[in-house]
Write a protein that binds this ligand. Structure first.
Ligand SMILES: Cc1ncc(COP(=O)(O)O)c(C=O)c1O
Length: 342
């Protein structure tokens, strides 16, 4: 197996210290009160029982919400688990797995774990889907859409064209899609080689509970079931995710607040001289061409504001900043203004 750098999702704040955490794209607002009520109601002696291995109630609720048959839906312990299962079920040592980069760093790690060959195709400067992605001869092609860390979105016709062109599976990772306009869910069932992944960690504010959904052809999902832990999703998480789907207005209100703050943050960063592509996610990528941003990230951390810096050639001069509350954004921008001026 090839060695890869360990996957580091970002530092956790030290206990007791007030930090503004804008480094792992969590939601700054709490989940629906219905989620908390469901958790309280379920915290009883029934936890002695195993959970439903098929997460049927959750999948049926998801089927109603997304208009996809329940047999085309599988629940996972976060979408990270679903990504791992997809590769475990489809990739043998030496098989190619393609994805445009820079993107979600876990893809490379998971491909290495599986003994596959990662074919990393550079995004052009405008972050459009590279033409050569489709000709990589890959068994699996990942498309993170909206992409992290750029926040940019490939339109549906481009995703569909990619799915038609490749012979293998196309996994559209839509972790951030609720913050965007447009998604690829309509391809599920219509194109048998498309899998769409969603998470409850971002728009639904449930990162700590670990729930994600895969939408794809039942035959493919049957393959994933053969390699998953039976009880991959605990009882409380299944109920919480179902409750979250039963209160879409709460999620949509939070998304709308975050989109408004995102516009303000983007404008402030541009005023400070950063180049910021229009984001369709709950974070922005702020670049100061040719100026290493590692010291800026370190100085912000000293002031209690965590943002993400990637020490790679392509992203050295950029910061990925989660959209927090308006107040958190003001603190961040205030510190950045002082740092940029100094
Ligand atoms: C693109 C992308 N996909 C998947 C995930 C993982 O989501 P989950 O919390 O559902 O495992 C993340 C988390 O940051 C992400 O950025």
């Amino acid at each position: 197996m090839r060695a890869v750098a360990p996957y580091v999702p970002g530092e956790q704040p030290a206990a007791g210290r007030r930090v503004i955490k804008l480094n792992t794209n969590e939601n700054p607002y709490p989940p629906s009160p219905r989620v908390l009520e469901a958790l309280r109601d379920a915290a009883d002696g029934a936890v002695r029982l195993y959970p439903d291995p098929e997460a049927r109630a959750l999948r049926h609720r998801a089927s109603e919400v997304y208009g996809v048959p329940a047999d085309h839906i599988m629940a996972g312990n976060g979408s990270d688990e679903l990504l791992a299962l997809l590769l475990r079920a489809t990739v043998d040592p030496g098989d190619r797995v393609a994805f445009p980069v820079p993107t979600y760093s876990l893809y490379e790690t998971l491909v290495a774990v599986q003994g596959g060959e990662a074919v990393q195709v550079n995004f052009p400067d405008d972050w459009s889907v590279p033409r050569s992605l489709a000709s990589a001869g890959a068994r699996v092609t990942f498309l993170c859409n909206p992409n992290s860390p750029s926040g940019t979105l490939a339109p549906l016709d481009v995703v569909e064209a990619l799915a038609h062109e490749v012979r293998g599976l196309v996994v559209v990772d839509e972790a951030y899609v609720d913050f965007a306009d447009g998604d690829a869910m309509s391809l599920v069932g219509r194109l048998h080689n498309v899998v769409v992944l969603r998470t409850f960690s971002k728009s639904f504010s449930l990162a700590g509970l670990r729930a994600g959904l895969a939408f794809g052809h039942p035959e493919l999902l049957a393959g994933l079931r053969t390699v998953k832990d039976s009880y991959n999703l605990n009882r409380l998480t299944q109920l919480a995710a179902e409750a979250a789907l039963s209160d879409l207005p709460h999620m949509l209100t939070n998304v709308s607040r975050i989109r408004t703050t995102r516009a303000r943050l983007t404008a402030s960063l541009r005023e400070l001289g950063y180049r910021v592509p229009a984001s369709h996610a709950n974070f922005v990528l702020a670049r100061r061409s040719g100026v290493d941003q590692a010291p800026v990230a370190a100085a912000l951390a000293e002031r209690g504001v965590l943002v993400r810096h990637f020490p790679t050639a392509r992203l050295q001069d950029a910061l990925r900043i989660t959209v927090g509350t308006d107040e958190e954004t003001d603190v961040l921008v205030g510190h950045l203004r002082a740092l940029v001026a100094s």
